[in-house]
Design a binder for this molecule. Structure first.
Ligand code: DGJ
Length: 700
């Protein structure tokens, strides 16, 4: 089978040469026409002192054909068939996709490699399935999706983090050697977000060629980027399989999670635009097409201290502020007085709620708000009725003592009795009460993920997906938030069955600026839960003025996370002001194209969102400005041929410490050309550290 396949999207081309095995010749800028001599012009020389044949960097690189870097597939059949070599025998080509079928007669394995390219967003998807066609078990240890990137992808940007400090970025050279990330935490994790960028020298927000990758999977993963000694380079991503986790009997198969990848010439902004577009059209589906409601979540307001009368007072204040969805967090179910007990007992605590939950829900609904409830279904406390009845439902390895996490253990979702119990409890809650929203938490890692003694992260992850799918099928109007200690389970696959992420447990606005910026590379603002927290952050003890808190929260799916009854009236009025500002621009924030600005002062975070008519820009001074005067703000995403009305819509309310005279335009509405704004820019005021302003531009 010798052929050339050319898949295209709006701005990208994917050209695959199909000989013994398919190999990507080009994945990058769109090519209008392929030269007839392409096979000749791309033929590689064979260098001295190496193998005597050319070794393709194929869609599933093979040790057995001389690829000495990470192979795409690893495994064995009782110590045999460990270096398979696959020949393509069939392909199914359509306008935007191709499926290759390959086989190895000796190892008795087949591969199916699926590639799709979404025309509008330029996002490519790749997935591989291996089928055991032999009679004996095949022990699969690895199956990953590989995509080559060109040799001028010289720099790499990865993500790292931890609880309350998620989505931090790291830049490094991508020249010799490579990068590897392994996640063994059993959930997407705070530490190892499965995403990566490589690009041309000095690629930044606005410029450069960038290739972006994300593995849509909520369990363990391995992500690597390698430079071969011949200069070719590739990115590889797949599930990290534990020893013995994927044993394929005759005719059984294993499929990788989807790898999502995209390319842009417009720097990181181009990449995030592609991912956001793709997420909006292909990943997320909101049950009802309506604006994302502003939340009030009770956690940092009352923690476990639930008094229905007081909660109703909180709801009163929330409604006055403009909140549209009121969520009761942890602490509502039987015996849940602190974090050490009761997980699994998903029945209302009637001591705390002697009249039931209905009066609270009705009160919330009567105030015009939706009602949401916190759950953590995958977990069990040792001190619970469920544990007393079913200690054997814990995900564990018999004969060992596993450490608890937040004093709790994980339930084995592959145990059908346990799965059915959880479905029955959640179904009952959603049927009994008028609940529009579940905040689905998951507060610990999988330490000994054993199902009947065998490794089960894959099975547990798929069972979680099945539980969510079953619940949503039964309650198709309910929305779910993927929380996981804030930020611990954020990926495209969980987003197919959830509607919002709790981005971080850290409500400190300064920390949030970095967290939200990192998250914004992959996820659009409408799924990024961001709340105004108390003036003194509960995670860092840092104090922030409402300007910094309000401005930081209003750019995502906004909420408030505090006790509104206890805060002074002026502060409540300020919450109302930021909520109103959010609502005023929500249409733009939640549908427009997000961008970040490359700033001369790295202590500034400038970001925004635009559509064809409007631009909303936030300028946040994180720490002390680097220079006495800020650089003019130049807006690259603007239409240079248009005229704009430019207005300051928010400025820090405290007096400025670092500026004795304000630029006069701050108090005016300006009319400026797109060309001037792009090339000359707008002079900014000097912002004090930890404060922010917002500008609105409207095309005239
Ligand atoms: C962790 C979550 O991230 C918090 O928002 C809160 O829901 C607590 N769990 C409740 O236990």
């Amino acid at each position: 089978m010798n052929s050339i396949i050319h898949l295209t999207s709006k701005n990208c081309s994917l050209i695959i040469k199909v000989e013994r095995t398919p190999e990507i010749l080009h994945w990058g800028p769109r090519i209008s026409q392929i030269d007839p001599d392409i096979l000749l012009s791309t033929e590689r020389p064979i260098s001295q002192a190496r193998l005597d044949v050319d070794v393709p960097l194929s869609l599933c690189p093979e040790l057995g054909s001389g690829h000495f870097n990470a192979p795409g597939l690893e495994g064995h059949r009782d110590s045999y068939d460990w270096a398979p070599v696959f020949d393509v025998f069939d392909q199914d080509l359509s306008a935007q996709s191709v499926i290759f079928k390959l086989q190895d007669h000796v190892a008795q394995l087949q591969l199916e490699i699926e590639i799709k390219i979404d025309f509008e967003s330029d996002v490519l998807q790749k997935r591989i399935t291996v089928i055991n066609t032999g009679k004996t078990n095949y022990s699969l240890t690895k199956l990953s999706s590989t995509l080559p990137v060109p040799n001028h992808a010289n720099e790499l940007m990865s993500f790292h983090g931890r609880w309350s400090r998620e989505f931090q970025t790291h830049r490094q050279s991508f020249a010799h050697g490579g990068f590897m990330q392994e996640n063994r935490r059993g959930r997407t994790s705070h530490e190892n977000f499965p995403g990566l960028f490589v690009g041309s020298d000095n690629f930044n927000e606005q410029c450069g060629q960038v290739w972006g990758f994300h593995l849509g999977w909520s369990g363990n993963h391995q992500l690597r980027a390698d430079v071969k000694s011949d200069g070719r380079r590739f990115v590889q991503a797949g599930e990290l399989l534990l020893a013995g986790e994927a044993i394929l009997a005759e005719s059984e198969s294993y499929s990788t999670p989807w790898l999502y990848a995209t390319y842009s010439t417009a720097g990181l902004n181009g990449i995030s635009e592609h991912f956001h577009h793709f997420v909006r059209n292909n990943i997320i589906s909101f049950p009802v097409d309506k604006p994302r409601p502003v939340h009030l979540n009770t956690w940092e307001g009352i923690y476990f201290d639930h008094d229905p009368a007081y909660i109703m007072k909180m709801a009163d204040e929330a409604a006055v502020m403009g909140v549209e969805r009121f969520i009761i967090d942890d602490g509502w179910f039987i015996g849940r007085h602190g974090e050490r007990a009761a997980l699994g007992d998903w029945y209302l605590d009637e001591q705390k709620y002697p009249n039931g939950l209905e009066p609270v829900i009705s009160h919330v609904n009567d105030l015009g708000m939706e009602f949401g409830l916190w759950v953590e279904p995958e977990m069990i406390s040792q001190d619970s009725l469920l544990y007393k009845a079913h200690p054997d439902w814990v995900l564990e390895l018999q004969g060992y003592h596993q450490p608890s996490g937040r004093w709790q253990y994980v339930l084995d979702l592959q145990n059908p009795d346990c799965f059915n119990y959880l479905f029955e409890r959640l179904n009952d809650l959603l049927t009994t009460y008028n609940i529009s929203y579940l905040k689905w938490d998951m507060n610990r890692e999988l330490v000994q993920p054993g199902h009947q003694g065998k490794p089960a992260v894959n099975g547990q992850t798929n069972a979680l997906y099945a539980l969510l799918d079953k619940l949503l099928a039964a309650h198709d109007k309910v929305e779910i938030e993927s929380c996981s200690s804030g930020g611990g389970r954020i990926d495209f696959e969980i987003l197919k069955r959830t509607h919002r992420f709790w981005a971080s447990d850290c409500n400190d606005a300064l920390e949030r600026q970095a967290i939200q910026r990192g998250m914004s590379y992959f996820f659009p603002p409408e799924v990024m839960g961001s709340h105004i927290g108390p003036d003194e952050s509960h995670t860092t003890r840092r104090m922030h003025h409402i300007n910094m808190r309000g401005m930081t929260a209003l750019g995502g799916h906004m909420g408030v996370e505090l006790d509104p009854v206890k805060v002074p009236k002026e502060e409540r009025q300020a919450f109302a002001k930021y909520i109103a500002l959010h609502k005023q621009y929500r249409h733009l924030l939640h549908s427009g194209r997000s961008f970040r600005v490359d700033t001369a002062d790295k202590r500034q975070n400038i970001y925004g969102v635009h559509n064809d008519i409007e631009i909303l820009i936030t300028v946040c001074q994180l720490t002390m400005p680097d220079y006495a005067l800020p650089s003019p703000l130049r807006i690259s995403c603007i239409d240079p041929s248009a005229l704009y009305q430019v207005k300051l819509v928010e400025t820090p309310t405290t007096s400025f410490q670092l500026m004795k005279q304000r630029p006069k335009w701050l108090d005016k509405t300006l009319t400026l050309s797109g060309e001037n704004l792009k090339e000359i820019g707008l002079t900014l005021p000097i912002l004090d550290p930890e404060s922010a302003l917002m500008l609105h531009l409207k095309k005239l």
